[in-house]
Design a protein around this ligand. Structure first.
Ligand code: COA
Length: 329
C-alpha cells in the first residue's frame, strides 16, 4: 500500500490594518526606535482595533482565503484546529466559533494551547489525522490577538507583540511531499518565566487581580531569550541531523518571529544564510501562534517556495514549548 503523507495544499494569512509603529510607542512609553530595532528587530506591529472584534475575526479571512485559493467550500472541511493563547472565550473553543461563522457545518474542531509553538503542535496533530486515512481536509489555524493581553505601560513586552492569523489546509498525498518529520518538546518548569497570572482556575478573575494587572503577559525576558536561542536552534539542528540533512539541503527556514537575534542564532546553528530565512518580524512583531503561518503564507505568495523544496519550521514559546518541522513542498 502506498504511504499517505499530509501535504499543505493551500495557505491563507490575515493581519489587521492598524500599524502600531515604534514612533507611536515612543509617545506611549520610555523607549526609542533604535533600542527596539537593535534588541528585537521589530519596526511595527498590526493591532486589531474595534469593539467586539476577537481572534476568530482574524481566523475567518485567513480560512476563507485558503478555501478560495483551493477552490473548496467550507462544508468540505472535516476538522479545524485553532492554536491560540487568546481564544475569543475560555470556552467554547475558537475553532467552534470559526466553523459556525464560515459555515463549516460538517467539521468538528478544537483549540490547542502550546503558545508560540502551537502551530507546529497543531500541524503535527492534524498531519496524524490525515495519515491515519480517516480525514481528507483538515484546517490548521494559528491566530492571536496579543493586544488583548499586552500591558501598554510595560515597555519590556508591549514592544514585542502584535496581532494576526494564518491558516493552512492539510490533505492526503502519495507524492512523497508534505510533513516529513517533527521534533516537538515541552518542559513545564519554564512556566514561571512567561505566563498570565490570573484568569485561570488557579487565580480566577477578581477586582484584586485586575488591579494587580495580572491579566496581562508576565515575562522575565532574559531567561526566555536564553532558552529560546538554545531550544529553537537545537530542535532545528537535531531534526535535520536525524534526517541526514544539513542547512544546504533546506530551501527555506521559516522560524517563529520572536526576536531577530533568536532567529539569527537558529539560522547560524544549522548553517543557513540570511537569504534563506523568512523574516517579517520588522512588520508584524511577534504574533505568537500566527507568526509561522503568516510567514509561510507570505513566502508562498511571493513565489519563494517551489514544489520539491525542503522547508524547515522552528518555534519556541511559553511553557516552555519548542520544536521543528520538516516539510517537502
Ligand atoms: C525582552 C527582550 C527584548 C529584552 O532585551 P534584553 O536585551 O534582554 O534587555 P534587558 O531586559 O537586559 O534590558 C536591558 C536594558 O534595557 C532596558 N529596556 C527594557 N525594555 C526597554 C525598552 N522597550 N526600551 C528601552 N529600554 C528598555 C532595561 O530596563 C534595561 O535597562 P538597565 O540596563 O538600565 O537595567 C529580550 O529579553 C527578549 O527578546 N526575550 C525573549 C522574548 C521572547 O522572545 N518572548 C516570546 C517567546 S516566544
Amino acid at each position: 500500500m502506498q504511504k499517505i503523507t499530509s501535504a499543505i495544499t493551500a495557505i491563507g494569512g490575515y493581519v489587521p490594518e492598524y500599524r502600531l509603529t515604534n514612533a507611536i510607542l515612543e509617545t506611549m512609553i520610555d523607549t526609542n526606535d533604535e533600542w527596539i530595532k537593535t534588541r528585537t528587530g521589530v519596526e511595527e506591529r498590526r493591532i486589531l482595533k474595534g469593539e467586539g472584534l476577537a481572534t476568530s475575526d482574524m481566523c475567518i479571512p485567513a480560512v476563507q482565503e485558503l478555501c478560495k485559493k483551493r477552490g473548496i467550500l467550507p462544508e468540505e472541511i472535516d476538522c479545524m484546529i485553532v492554536a491560540t493563547v487568546t481564544p475569543d472565550m475560555v470556552f467554547p473553543s475558537t475553532a467552534n466559533i470559526v466553523c459556525d461563522k464560515i459555515g463549516a457545518v460538517n467539521a468538528w474542531g478544537f483549540d490547542l494551547s502550546a503558545a508560540c509553538s502551537g502551530f507546529l503542535f497543531a500541524l503535527t496533530t492534524g498531519a496524524s489525522f490525515i495519515e491515519s486515512g480517516r480525514y481528507k481536509k483538515i484546517v490548521i489555524v494559528g491566530a492571536d490577538k496579543m493586544s488583548a493581553i499586552v500591558d501598554y505601560t510595560d515597555r519590556t513586552t508591549c514592544i514585542i507583540f502584535g496581532d494576526g492569523a494564518g491558516a493552512v489546509l492539510l490533505e492526503p498525498s502519495t507524492d512523497d511531499n508534505g510533513i516529513m518529520d517533527s521534533l516537538l518538546k515541552s518542559d513545564g518548569s519554564g512556566r514561571n518565566f512567561l505566563h498570565m497570572k490570573a484568569g485561570g482556575s488557579l487565580k480566577p478573575a477578581s477586582i484584586k487581580t485586575v488591579e494587580a494587572k495580572e491579566h496581562f503577559i508576565f515575562q522575565d525576558g532574559q531567561p526566555v531569550f536564553k532558552a529560546a536561542v538554545k531550544g529553537m536552534a537545537d530542535a532545528a539542528y537535531d531534526l535535520l541531523q536525524r534526517n541526514n540533512l544539513t542547512g544546504d539541503d533546506i530551501a527555506w527556514l521559516v522560524p517563529h518571529q520572536a526576536n531577530k537575534r533568536i532567529i539569527d542564532a537558529t539560522a547560524k546553528r544549522i548553517g543557513m544564510s540570511n537569504e534563506k530565512v523568512m523574516l517579517n518580524i520588522q512588520r508584524y512583531g511577534n504574533t505568537t501562534v500566527a507568526s509561522i503561518p503568516i510567514a509561510l503564507a507570505e513566502a508562498y505568495q511571493a513565489g519563494h517556495v517551489k514544489k520539491g523544496d525542503l522547508v524547515c519550521l522552528a518555534a519556541f514559546g511559553s511553557g516552555f514549548t519548542w520544536g521543528a518541522t520538516l516539510i517537502r513542498w
